[in-house]
Design a protein around this ligand. Structure first.
Ligand SMILES: Cc1cc2nc3c(=O)[nH]c(=O)nc-3n(C[C@H](O)[C@H](O)[C@H](O)COP(=O)(O)O)c2cc1C
Length: 170
């Protein structure tokens, strides 16, 4: 599968099969995150993987009751240590973790697994469930598992609406 094929295949999946993820497959997804770039290569992140049913239940609650979080056999929680800003003013750790999770989502797609980036979660609820130390921010959560649905049809703005070539029009 090419990178573009994985990009096209990936969709947000909100229903999962009750089928375990083989350890080597989970490892491949985590490796994709490990190989992601990060600001000054600091890799100041932790990838928490929750598979115990009781933990997944608590995470579903902390994710504003999104039930499919408990349904998936694993939940990925991307955590970034310390608040660091880049020269450009953007938060380095948020960007770092976003890249890492994106890489993992693409590898998951290649492996036939579904994911769904979740921004709707309560920081403290996720922290409590997984005993995440206070110096870590929780950047993103995603269920991981074999899809029980195709995902919604893709709708995207056309490139002409998105791309500025050379200079922004006045
Ligand atoms: C930063 C971010 C936060 C999101 N939060 C949620 C969420 O809390 N719950 C959810 O069901 N989907 C969430 N999504 C998924 C988006 O709704 C989805 O990516 C978008 O509708 C495009 O669909 P696609 O991922 O299938 O291409 C989030 C996506 C991103 C990138």
């Amino acid at each position: 599968m090419t990178v573009m094929e994985a990009i096209e295949k990936r969709k947000s999946i909100r229903a999962y099969l009750d089928r375990p993820i083989p350890p080597a497959t989970l490892e491949a997804v985590l490796q994709a995150g490990r190989l992601a770039p990060s600001a000054r290569n600091q890799q100041a992140w932790k990838f928490v993987v929750a598979t115990e049913p009781a933990l997944r239940e608590q995470l579903a609650e902390a994710c504003c009751g999104q039930r499919f979080v408990a349904q998936a056999p694993a939940v990925l929680v991307l955590c970034a240590d310390q608040a660091a800003q880049m020269r450009c003013g953007q938060p380095a750790r948020t960007v770092d973790c976003s890249i890492a999770l994106s890489f993992m989502m693409l590898e998951a797609a290649e492996q036939g697994l579904g994911t769904c980036w979740l921004g709707a979660f309560e920081q403290e609820g996720v922290r409590r469930a997984l005993h995440i130390p206070p110096e870590y921010d929780i950047v993103a959560v995603s269920p991981l598992g074999y899809p029980a649905e195709e995902g919604r049809p893709r709708s995207r703005k056309p490139l002409e609406e998105l791309v500025v070539r050379e200079r922004w029009a006045d």
